[in-house]
Write a protein that binds this ligand. Structure first.
Ligand code: ITT
Length: 180
């Protein structure tokens, strides 16, 4: 199955997750323009529909984001842009002196089977750390605390046990298996 993403970290995690279901995922490294939308679900769906025009056959994509409660859900659907601009330092700055550190990651998988687009969602709740910690993972992992450690302090296997990506892809893979 082709997984279209420009993000190597995502691909690495999904490859491992898929292996548990005996599914082989191939990386179609490609950057595509994300349409605007108010939710990740809407964006993932629209992106998949747009990509059906460009890619032959079935494929899967995933859109994800970090939602910080004290920032009213920011960066949410803008996570990619915010990461490229202000990054983790910027989020930590916005959160300086803020007591409510609650945040969650969401991942939305959109699968095109050659005919229709199917969507699967997963979330994981945690907190925004007070400083960056850890060398692993990617993106916001160094500032996302789960049970006292950041995602960047975990290896792929450990993050994959609890992550938003795991939860979304698990739903998708189970659905695929049941369908066969
Ligand atoms: P593609 O759209 O090409 O798949 P992207 O990196 O642009 O790659 P998203 O728009 O879905 O992917 O990602 C939004 C941002 O959230 C991006 O900056 C990621 O680095 C970050 N992000 C997504 N999943 C994450 C995770 O598991 N841990 C940390 N940061 C994550």
């Amino acid at each position: 199955m082709y997984f279209i993403t420009s993000n190597e970290g995502k691909f690495r995690e999904v490859k491992e997750l898929a292996a548990n279901y005996d599914i082989e995922v191939e990386w179609l490294k490609m950057e595509y323009i994300e349409p605007q939308g108010s939710s990740l679900e809407e964006i993932a769906k629209l992106s998949a529909e747009m990509l059906t025009e460009k890619v032959d056959g079935g494929f899967v994509i995933e859109d994800s984001g970090l939602f910080v409660e004290a920032l009213k859900g920011f960066p949410g659907p803008y996570s990619s842009y915010v990461f490229k601009t202000i990054g983790n330092e910027g989020i930590l700055k916005l959160m300086k002196g803020v007591e409510n550190r609650k945040a969650y990651f969401e991942a939305v998988v959109a699968y095109f089977d050659g005919k229709d687009v199917h969507v699967f969602t997963g979330t994981v709740s945690g907190e925004i750390a007070r400083e960056m910690r850890g060398e692993g993972g990617f993106g916001y992992d160094p500032i996302f605390l789960y049970n006292g450690r950041t995602f960047a302090e975990m290896d792929t296997e450990e993050k994959n046990r609890v992550s938003h990506r795991r939860r979304a892809f698990e739903k998708f893979f189970m659905w695929l298996k049941e369908k066969d």
